[in-house]
Design a protein around this ligand. Structure first.
Ligand code: NDP
Ligand code: 8X3
Length: 250
């Protein structure tokens, strides 16, 4: 039987590339995001390869998240693979001048949103003693860089929650892991800098990871044999050595 994967943040970047990768391998998809037109266009592109259902909800909204997942048609209800990917950085400011709205957004989306989605899906996995959860963390979950304070905090939380999930879900045979990329060229910097031109420079002068590179690793993780769990991956582009060291030819 074909597996079903639910991917949050499937309208852009890593989530959308993962949807394409999974569709190529015949995995049925539940694609989530807030931009309905994007959801429609990804669905249209992938429906010739696999069965696709879309859910439009904001992961910050606890009720809408739980209701949306509860509304899944029967064929999509048993999620085998959950990719907790929705998230972003909002702002890049020192702690003393950071915006409360940015902090709320990052903690509410990257941490609490991931928890709400997981809460809605884990019971069907524990009932079946089977499932695979991949949380998209970040290199920012492994080291803190200047002005990254709250974003880094949110991603450190994702990694702690990932470990907690792996421990608590161990009796049920559920695999849990984190994929932690460094710089990936997506809409991430547009969101972080709120459309400011600062976003234009982030990926200049070197070849950053592409969303498809991360999707490849996610697919690798979910396609291992039943006894193998990829627990934690840190991946950089060749030009990046750490959060603050990037070899650029500008
Ligand atoms: P994008 O901005 O391209 O994609 C972000 C996705 O998250 C979009 O599909 C967006 O969908 C969704 N999303 C954002 N906010 C919400 C919300 N409130 N409710 C529901 N969905 C939401 O960024 P990336 O693909 O780069 O980011 C994906 C993940 O990868 C994030 O968790 C990010 O932190 C992480 N990451 C990114 C890196 C990078 O350098 N790009 C590096 C390391 C990790 P919509 O707007 O339609 O709701
Ligand atoms: C995204 C990578 O370096 O902007 O998580 O934090 S970074």
């Amino acid at each position: 039987m074909k597996k079903v994967a639910l991917i949050t943040g499937a309208t852009s970047g890593i989530g959308r590339a993962t949807a394409h990768e999974f569709a190529k391998h015949g995995i049925n998809l539940v694609l989530c995001g807030r931009r309905q037109q994007r959801l429609d266009s990804v669905k249209k592109a992938l429906s010739r390869l696999t069965d696709v259902h879309t859910l439009n909800f904001d992961v910050r909204d606890r009720k809408k998240t739980l209701d949306a997942i509860a509304s899944l048609p029967e064929a999509f209800q048993d999620i085998d693979i959950l990719i907790n990917n929705a998230g972003n950085a909002h702002g890049l400011d020192p702690i003393q001048t950071g915006s409360l709205d940015d902090w709320d957004a990052m903690m509410d989306i990257n941490v609490k949103g991931l928890l709400y989605v997981s809460k809605a899906i884990i019971p069907s996995m524990t009932k079946r003693n089977s499932g695979h959860i991949i949380n998209i963390g970040s290199s920012a979950g492994k080291e803190v860089y200047p002005n990254g304070n709250v974003y880094c905090g949110s991603k450190h939380a994702v990694l702690a929650i990932t470990e907690g999930m792996r421990i608590d879900l161990n009796p049920y045979g559920i695999k849990v892991g984190a994929i932690n990329p460094g710089l990936v060229e997506t809409e991430f910097s547009e969101v972080r800098f709120k459309g400011d031109t600062a976003a234009d420079d982030v990926y200049k002068g070197y070849k950053a990871l592409q969303a498809e590179d991360v999707a490849d690793v996610i697919y690798f993780a979910i396609s291992r044999p039943a006894h193998v769990n990829i627990a934690d991956v840190l991946m950089f582009c060749t030009s990046q050595a750490s959060s603050t060291i990037v070899k650029k030819s500008l």
